[in-house]
Design a protein around this ligand. Structure first.
Ligand code: GDP
Length: 574
């Protein structure tokens, strides 16, 4: 079925490219999911061998089972085959869209994100901007908090992203979405530049957004504006009065002071950026938020970045199919179309997409369903790879010299995470800035990998053992996960890196992995015996072992008291 509600909009999706599955120089190139028997044929490894391996890894499959990406990766790791996913561009990440002709482009409003250190007044500013622009017409509407809103200032429209802080921003970028044109960097006058201010600057720069500095809380005593300007110059945020290009505005979000001046500055800056889009094509853009609403089902805020989204358009959002049944603006009012830079809340999706997913609208239902199906089978790896570092070596020895060392710390408890962070912070160095992109507890997760890939960070996993799937993913995404249980080795390594030296390698020599299947007691022995099954390598009688539960090391460096097979003492178990 084709949506006939308009004939003027161009359909802009390119034909997808088909790839063949093949094995070349021990690299398996694939683009679609394979069954066990297909894989066996391509790799020339007997089905029985693959199935046995899977069985040992607690996956009971048959020759017709389709392999998901993680399982395929596991198999390839085991048989020493590199894996390379080739994807038709429209199968993940960005859709393969036609470019616009310059003559089709019209000005569009800027998309503005407010960032800065916690408590410096981001939320207050977002609210103050919204309030300052409420027209009498809008007062009637009920403000909906859909993730973004639009205001008009004089004759210009501005789109303000409603989520302060850089987490949302990073998550978006992690998924390949660049939504922001302008970052308003909020710095509290009484507090100055703080760690998250600096992080915000890095994120804004990495995303190629322009930065306007809003020095907030100027109503408070004890401010030193010159000092803040000096501090910011270290990060190449230089006020116009010093010959730089960054606009500084002194505001009070709480008292609504100079909000207009800030808006004026945003408009001025965006004019110089010549932001343009083509409203006469089917829409594409980014999902800002998505929820499952009890009454209305899957509901998402779409930020249209190009084209026009209309009611009854078919959609692919991430890997979700949909049709625009109803669109509402941030005041809860129904709208029938959304032009470039407009945020709208959309109902009519078959499932909940993820924030940061890209969407396209289409005229053709079948095409939309096909693409959604295809994408559903794919993982969003393309975008992850794009921003990721190439190797640990490149990261610590970049061509232009290392300026920032971004770290993600994961540890078994918040106490040890903070302790490690403290130890790293006390490392003396003058050239390299160490940034803590994230400090958290619990094992390394997929989202840690995404964050690391996009922020070019090294992950330190302290007292943790990332499982084989995460390790394989990290390898594929070229994220360095350093597993270590000794603080000084980590600090020593970082010290070497910031000095530009090659860190010493401490290789954890893991000879084998076994799984504890059952604890049982035997007569005359007070402690239970761990009935175990060797999964990898060899476990030796005279070795020390770590006990890992849910990826966390719960017992460290324990000697094996005795090793038996049935009743017989053995030296090693394979
Ligand atoms: P966020 O964490 O950056 O979103 O900061 P908030 O907007 O939540 O503000 C943190 C605190 O600073 C709140 O108690 C606000 O009332 C206060 N605050 C925000 N803007 C101003 C301001 O311009 N002047 C003063 N005096 N306080 C402010």
């Amino acid at each position: 079925m084709t949506n006939k509600n308009d004939v003027n909009r161009k359909v802009t999706l390119k034909e997808s490219r088909k790839n063949e599955t093949r094995l070349e120089n021990s690299v398996l190139y694939y683009s679609k999911q394979l069954t066990v028997s297909e894989l066996s044929a391509i790799l020339k490894i007997p089905v029985s061998k693959i199935l046995t391996f899977l069985f040992m890894n607690k996956k009971i499959l048959n020759l017709n089972s389709t392999l998901d990406d993680d399982t395929l990766m596991l198999i390839c790791l085991n048989f020493n085959i590199d894996l390379k996913k080739e994807v038709a561009k429209d199968a993940l990440g960005a859709f393969d869209l036609e470019k616009d002709q310059p003559k089709d482009l019209l000005p569009r409003p800027p998309v503005v994100t407010v960032m800065g250190h916690v408590d410096h007044g981001k939320t207050s500013l977002i609210d103050a901007i919204r309030k300052s622009r409420l027209t009498s017409k809008e007062v009637g509407g009920i403000s909906q908090k859909i993730g973004a809103y639009q205001i008009s200032y004089k004759d210009s429209l501005l789109t303000i992203i409603d989520t302060p802080g850089h987490e949302a921003f990073t998550a978006m970028r992690g998924r390949g979405a660049a939504v922001t044109d302008i970052v308003v960097l909020v710095v509290a006058a009484d507090d100055g530049v703080m760690p998250q201010t600096v992080e915000a600057i890095s994120h804004a720069k990495a995303a190629n957004a322009k930065i306007i500095v809003a020095i907030n809380k100027i109503d408070k005593p004890g401010k030193d504006l010159d000092k803040i300007k000096q501090q910011l110059m270290k990060y190449e945020i230089i006020p116009e009065e010093y010959g730089g290009e960054n606009i500084f505005v002194e505001i009070s979000a709480k008292q609504g002071m100079n909000i207009d001046l800030l808006l004026e500055s945003i408009v001025l800056l965006s004019d110089t950026m010549e932001l343009k889009a083509n409203p006469n094509r089917y829409a594409n853009g980014v999902i800002l938020e998505a929820v499952l609403d009890k009454g209305e089902g899957a509901k998402a805020t779409f930020l249209v970045q190009n084209g026009t989204l209309k009611t009854n358009d078919y959609l692919v959002a991430g890997s979700v199919f949909g049709k625009v049944r109803r669109m509402t603006d941030e005041n809860g009012r129904v709208v029938f179309e959304a032009k470039p830079s407009t945020p709208v809340s959309v109902i009519g999706l078959s499932d909940v997409p993820q924030a940061g997913d890209q969407f396209i609208s289409l005229s053709n239902e079948k095409q939309a369903r096909d693409i959604a199906n295809q994408r559903q089978q794919e993982k969003n790896r393309l975008e992850m790879n794009k921003n990721s570092i190439s190797t640990f070596d490149d990261l610590i020895n970049p061509k232009e010299g290392l300026e920032n060392l971004n770290l993600i710390i994961k540890a078994d408890s918040s106490g040890s995470a903070e302790a490690l962070k403290g130890a790293i912070s006390s490392i003396k160095h003058d050239k390299v800035k160490i940034n803590f992109i994230h400090v958290g507890t619990g094992n390394v997760t997929n989202s840690d990998l995404i964050l690391a890939a996009t922020s070019k960070s090294v992950i330190y996993a302290y007292y943790l053992r990332p499982d084989s799937v995460i390790r394989a993913k990290a390898k594929e995404m070229k994220v360095e996960v350093r597993v270590e249980d000794i603080v000084y080795r980590i600090t020593e390594e970082i010290e070497s890196i910031v000095k530009g030296l090659r860190p010493k390698e401490y290789i954890q020599n893991i000879t084998g992995v076994a799984e504890v299947r059952k604890l049982f007691k035997i007569k005359g022995l007070n402690i239970p015996v761990a009935g175990s099954h060797v999964l990898e390598g060899v476990i030796k009688r005279d070795q020390k072992v770590n006990v890992i539960r849910d990826g966390v090391v719960i017992q460290k460096n324990k000697r094996i008291a005795s090793l038996k097979h049935l009743t017989e003492d053995i030296k090693e178990a394979r």
